[in-house]
Design a binder for this molecule. Structure first.
Ligand SMILES: NC(=O)c1ccc[n+]([C@@H]2O[C@H](COP(=O)([O-])OP(=O)(O)OC[C@H]3O[C@@H](n4cnc5c(N)ncnc54)[C@H](OP(=O)(O)O)[C@@H]3O)[C@@H](O)[C@H]2O)c1
Length: 269
């Protein structure tokens, strides 16, 4: 569905690729001005040049809290206000926690949970009434995924944070939502062989489909959306009935392994 956000100003983290870049593209197409945030300056500048005057690169590491604290003021100075924050930057280190270092586990939590909490707080003072915060969580935050302990915890935490602050920010006329994607066809998988088969058991979405959901949340304030929605319902059932989840897991892993094999063949990985 085509949305229209003329004159609105947005910060999108993780805008150098994948979902964040698709969100930025769709927001600019909808008339918004977008601050593109990620660590890779060259990718942000290339995107900003392509998107025109309504996009600008703000290279930073979201775990650099001093830089994050300065960001909303810099965006207001550049674009004249702030209405929308999309916390999308994310990191995963997969494997048994015995095979992942303590620092890697901490980095996942800092990037996926502490940083969006910090950025939401520093942006809250600048967001205008009628604004929106959308946090990109994951199905892995709805039902725990094997070998993604810190990642699942970070995304479950982000969902919990989103639900709690909905009331806090409603006082200021700001809507808060989370979007929980299943597998999405971006570079986020990294080494495909480390991705649990269970992840591939659900239908793959495109970055543009997740961006559609993000813009729909900005427009409607829907508290939480899973993409695909049926995967969200299955994850909720699995969370409520862990014995059912354990029972279904072998079948889902078999389906996921077949999907992963097809994906690797299609992508020539
Ligand atoms: N792909 C999936 O299957 C999937 C499923 C569910 C949820 N998600 C979530 O969707 C979000 C976006 O992922 P994606 O699929 O679009 O993957 P992606 O293409 O790898 O994008 C990740 C983005 O995060 C940025 N980023 C990572 N660490 C950062 C940091 N410390 N500071 C600033 N930016 C940082 C990256 O840019 P730089 O490297 O340039 O900093 C990049 O722009 C993540 O939160 C992920 O957890 C993805």
């Amino acid at each position: 569905m085509a949305h229209s956000f003329p004159g609105k100003v947005a910060i999108v983290t993780g805008a150098s690729s994948g979902i964040g870049l698709a969100v930025a593209e769709q927001l600019v197409a909808a008339g918004a001005k977008v601050a593109l945030v990620a660590r890779t300056r060259s990718k942000l500048e290339e995107a900003a040049a392509r998107l025109g005057d309504n996009a600008a690169a703000f290279p930073l590491d979201v775990t650099d809290f001093a830089a994050a604290a300065r960001l909303p003021g810099e965006v207001v100075a550049r674009f004249g206000g702030l209405d929308i924050l999309v916390n999308n930057a994310g990191l995963n280190h997969r494997g048994s926690i015995l095979d992942v270092t303590a620092q890697q586990l901490a980095d996942v939590i800092t990037t996926n949970l502490t940083a969006p909490i910090y950025l939401t707080r520093v942006c809250a003072e600048h967001l205008r009434a009628g604004g929106a915060v959308v946090n990109v969580a994951s199905l892995a935050g709805m039902v725990p995924v094997p070998h993604e302990g810190a990642y699942s915890a970070s995304k479950a935490g982000l969902r919990a944070f989103t639900k709690v602050i909905t009331e806090d920010l409603a006082e200021r006329g700001i809507q808060v939502s989370s979007v929980c994607p299943g597998p999405v066809d971006t570079g986020f998988f990294g080494d495909i062989d480390t991705v649990p088969d269970l992840v591939f058991s659900q239908p793959m979405s495109s970055a543009a489909e997740i961006a559609d959901a993000v813009l729909a949340c900005i427009a409607s304030g829907t508290p939480e959306v899973a993409v695909p929605s049926m995967s969200g319902k299955l994850a909720t059932l699995g969370y409520l009935f862990p014995a059912l989840a354990r029972g279904l897991r072998p079948m889902l892993e078999k389906r996921g392994a077949a999907n992963k094999k097809r994906y690797k063949e299609t992508k020539k990985l």
